[in-house]
Design a protein around this ligand. Structure first.
Ligand code: NAD
Length: 172
């Protein structure tokens, strides 16, 4: 069976990501999961480190019937080189799963088949909205897997997000 590839920032990993991983696992025995923007952390858009996101993914993948290989991927300045960069770091893969238009475009231009997937409750399962809930004190825990709640609490993730957001405001 071909080995698939799926990439996300997972800031944080939420129920939409988990639903996608379960959907892909129905079609693939093996999957490479890229942690995109692995070089980014401690900002409002990217509060969690690659290591924290690695733990979110590995603990979630333990509940899904797929052999997954998780690879952190730092961003590169030139989009045209990104798919080569990804392939230089990952185990070989045959095709890609993505709902991200730029990711889809770059892989298709490089000759790799890309499968799109259904959107799962995009109104709520969306990283920006979840981070906004953390900042405003609204409940967010039901929007991410239980294992991810544990990782965020261990890292004082909400406290960190509020601190870096306050720093952003102070710079304005
Ligand atoms: P993300 O975590 O927002 O989403 C990951 C994937 O899940 C996407 O395909 C998204 O469409 C899908 N998804 C999210 N919520 C969903 C839902 N509720 N239902 C169904 N699907 C859902 O991550 P992202 O921003 O798409 O990750 C792409 C990564 O690739 C980024 O880190 C980006 O920097 C990286 N990238 C880098 C370069 C470069 O370095 N030049 C170029 C392209 C992409």
């Amino acid at each position: 069976m071909p080995r698939g590839f799926y990439v996300g920032r997972f800031q944080p990993l939420h129920e939409g990501h988990e639903a996608l991983l379960r959907e892909i696992a129905r079609e693939r025995d093996e999957l490479v999961v890229g942690i995109g923007s692995a070089d980014k952390s401690h900002s409002v858009d990217n509060p969690f480190t690659a290591g924290e996101r690695h733990v979110m993914l590995t603990r979630t993948l333990e509940t899904i019937d797929v052999d997954a290989y998780v690879v952190p991927l730092v961003d590169v300045d030139r989009n045209a080189l990104w798919t080569s960069h990804v392939r230089s770091l990952c185990p070989p893969f045959d095709d890609v799963y993505s709902n991200n238009p730029l990711v889809t475009r770059l892989f298709e231009e490089s000759g790799t088949d890309v499968h799109d997937l259904p959107m799962f409750n995009r109104q709520e399962y969306e990283g920006t909205g979840i981070r906004e809930r953390m900042l405003s004190g609204d409940p967010w825990e039901d929007l991410v897997p239980d294992q991810v709640v544990d990782v965020i609490e261990e890292a004082d993730g909400v406290g960190r997000l509020r601190d870096v957001a306050a720093d952003d405001v102070a710079e304005d």
